[in-house]
Design a protein around this ligand. Structure first.
Ligand code: SF4
Length: 329
């Protein structure tokens, strides 16, 4: 355990956590909603510090990040906690319940990366921002090592903590669950505006950003909700890549899987206003590859994580010179 950052004492050994918009009030001997911030005698402790549910070497496309060193591999790990409780959570065994973990200190993680000549690490799978202190300490150790830090997050964090950790982060994929506050409140036990604020901040901070939206039949796949999400991203920057992903029944959700046609329709809608749109978790071949928005030619073709990348180091299309959002080599 490590003493948590971002909390205040309320007296009588009670504390308020200020890491995320839940602002949990936590009495002595209790935990916050994310289950891993524990009040021990009036001191808030990060109980999940350095404890990972998994260590895996993944293709970066699996995060998903399609415009950030495509074809590279990234060491991936994540905590046993989340600050949302989505009833459809695709990783509910580890995000919502205690499960076995392995310990790796920030020093050990840095040594492992250097020993294996790996230069990027993703904090992912559950909600990495509930692992704030671990990522923060690791980032302090790695400042001069050239290690890229990637976060795959729900974006449900307060402005001050994201501002501080963002200085160490190279790329993020943020899961925007629906452009609908009542969806967040009913199905995720959160709210929309803090997520939008994080997306805006991350983009304006110059961190590489991609967005994922999991489409769930009957809940967030209507044209109005999808249209609002597309308009929000287009107003921020039509270059930001958007990944529509098919849901499959998990945790408390019994709704049938999202048909590929629903994902395809959402992608077609988004293509009217956004330059880079992708389909995930289902087969929609026309939305797997990266196309040049200038000349329309394929720049990165993908098939089951095997890919061909014709981009050059200047991040411009080799055919027509159009600048492409991202970092390609
Ligand atoms: S990070 Fe956890 S303990 Fe802190 S406010 Fe959010 S849910 Fe509550």
């Amino acid at each position: 355990m490590r003493r948590a950052m971002f909390y205040k004492s309320l007296g009588e050994k009670s504390v308020q956590c200020e890491l995320c918009p839940h602002f949990c009030t936590i009495g002595e001997g209790s935990r916050g909603l994310c289950r891993m911030r524990f009040n021990k005698k009036g001191i808030l402790q990060a109980q999940n510090y350095g404890r990972s549910i998994v260590f895996a070497l993944d293709p970066i496309e699996k995060k998903p990040l399609y415009h950030f060193f495509p074809g590279s591999r990234i060491l991936s790990l994540g905590p046993n906690s989340c600050n949302l409780s989505c009833f459809f959570c695709q990783n509910f065994q580890s995000s919502q319940f205690d499960c076995p973990t392995h310990e790796l200190s920030p020093e050990d993680l840095k040594d492992y990366l250097l020993a294996h000549l790996l230069n990027q690490v993703a904090f992912t799978y559950t909600e990495p921002l509930t692992w704030y202190e671990y990522i923060y300490d690791f980032s302090c150790l790695c400042q001069s090592e050239g290690i890229r830090i990637v976060l795959v997050s729900n974006g449900y964090i307060n402005p001050e903590p994201i501002k501080i950790i963002a200085r160490a982060v190279s790329a993020m994929n943020i899961d925007l669950k629906a452009f609908d506050d009542s969806f967040y409140r009913t199905y995720c036990k959160g709210s929309l505006n803090p997520v939008l604020a994080t997306i805006r901040f991350v983009y304006e901070a110059g961190i590489h950003l991609e967005i994922t939206n999991l489409l769930i039949p009957g809940l967030n796949d209507d044209q109005t909700t999808i249209g609002k999400l597309i308009d929000f991203l287009a107003s921020l920057d039509p270059d930001i890549p958007l990944h529509f992903s098919a849901y499959h029944p998990a945790f408390k959700a019994k709704i049938a899987s999202t048909p590929a046609s629903v994902v395809q329709n959402a992608c077609q809608m988004a293509k009217e206003k956004l330059k880079h749109v992708y389909a995930g978790n289902c087969s929609v071949p026309e939305f797997q590859d990266t196309y040049c928005p200038g000349c329309g030619r394929v720049l990165v073709s993908r098939s089951n994580y095997a890919l061909q990348n014709v981009m050059n180091k200047s991040n411009t299309c080799p055919h027509c010179g159009t600048e492409i959002y991202g970092v390609f080599s």
